[in-house]
Design a protein around this ligand. Structure first.
Ligand SMILES: [Fe+2]
Length: 394
């Protein structure tokens, strides 16, 4: 969500001498996408970001398709997956194609290393938990309901606040969409200057950039895990990587809460594009939020059956309620693939007549190319889902 932001100390002009107290030069680093022509930021380090003493392969993280190619509607119960591991290295693959891969993790570990994803921009939906994302751009607070967007190659580390978490529930639950493209507001929400227009479902005021820049002047051995080539490589840097004294630009991690999305309502049913939150290459992300229903006395608030041609539709249910579904629960993930129509479950259309509103929360991503189910996810599948539209289930 690019807009200009700055934190800490920066020199008056770009690429000019910027000295430390000891008389030495700060180390300037440009970071951004599309080489030197995409959005970028300039940051100023105490030490060069390049002094790597060691590097080694940790492991590969190749995506494998489930071998069962039968086309059908799918339902997975993500809250049945075990708790454990690192928030960045122990993610379970869910659905994927060439544009986006989705992952799920219920971490238990506070990482002692820093992480950088060099092969994709990450959108992290915080289903549970809260804490601070430590980054070279400063601390970014996150909490349940946040979309945290971490553009590729931004160094970071999760610091979960474990207070109040139930025994055995881990530190939180994250749904991650790793994209080949980059996340931004849909074009139609922005004017020719890039500003979010009146009538967009959120504004710049709702976008939270990093707030506090912490600068560590420490030498030592600092591990950094980088994801690239579908593998993790561990680098060792000879100083603390969070040694940035200042930065400015358009390239930084940011957060937007689903609770700050302003839903739109019509006299009759409005289609899912009104819920669109972000766009990216090859897919969109939408937020379904509590809202009053369509207000004509003869309106049908539940959606109509539809064939999402040239689009696969994925919903992550972040509350128990969803207006057009039954049998789903908090943490459910459904896939309605291209090739077969879907619609409200039996009784849901009638039940919606005259209803005043919904308290649902759900995150949807619609991909323009078909998604594959990752191998192993079927362990958490509700395989009755394809037949769940029958009035009497078998
Ligand atoms: Fe749908």
């Amino acid at each position: 969500m690019p807009f200009y932001h700055r934190l800490g100390q920066i020199p008056r002009k770009r690429h000019m001498q910027f000295r430390k107290e000891d008389g030495g030069l700060h180390q300037e680093q440009l970071i951004g996408n599309k080489g030197f022509s995409g959005i970028s930021s300039l940051m100023y380090h105490i030490r060069p970001p390049t002094t790597v003493t060691d590097y080694e392969l940790v492991r590969e993280v190749k995506l494998e398709k489930d071998p069962d190619a039968r086309l059908r509607h799918r339902h997975f119960r993500l809250m049945e997956t075990p708790v454990g591991g690192s928030p960045v290295m122990d993610r379970r693959p869910l659905l994927f194609n060439a544009d986006v891969s989705s992952w799920w993790v219920r971490p238990e570990a506070q990482d002692d290393f820093f992480y950088r994803n060099a092969q994709g921009d990450e959108l992290v939906y915080v289903a549970e938990g809260q804490g601070t994302l430590e980054t070279q751009f400063g601390d970014l607070a996150f909490r349940q309901g946040d979309y945290v967007v971490i553009p590729r190659s931004i160094l970071h580390r999760y610091r979960f606040d474990s207070e109040g978490r139930e025994e055995g529930a881990g530190l939180g639950a994250l749904l991650i969409l790793e994209a080949r493209g980059y996340y931004r507001a849909p074009r139609r929400y922005r004017n020719e200057h890039g500003q979010l227009i009146e009538g967009a479902p959120y504004s710049e005021r709702d976008i939270r950039p990093p707030e506090t820049l912490r600068t560590y002047d420490e030498e030592g051995e600092f591990p950094i895990v980088v994801k690239q080539y579908d593998a993790f490589t561990r680098f060792t840097l000879d100083h603390h990587p969070l040694d940035v004294v200042g930065w400015d630009g358009f390239f930084f991690p940011w957060a937007f809460s689903i609770y700050d999305f302003e839903p739109k309502v019509g006299r009759f049913h409005l289609p899912p594009p009104v819920h669109q939150t972000f766009e990216c290459e090859g897919f969109v992300v939408c937020s379904f939020c509590p809202r009053p229903y369509d207000f004509d006395p003869e309106s049908v608030p539940a959606p109509y059956a539809h064939s999402n041609v040239m689009s696969d539709e994925v919903l992550f249910y972040s509350s128990e309620e969803f207006m057009s579904r039954k049998g789903i629960a908090y943490g459910s993930l459904t896939l309605h693939p291209d090739g077969i129509p879907h619609g409200p479950h039996p009784g849901k259309t009638e039940a919606s007549l005259g209803a005043k509103g919904t308290d649902e929360y759900a995150v949807m991503f619609d991909t323009f190319r078909p998604l594959y189910v990752a191998k192993g996810l079927t362990d958490y599948e509700d395989d009755t889902y394809q037949r769940s539209w029958l009035a009497v289930e078998p």
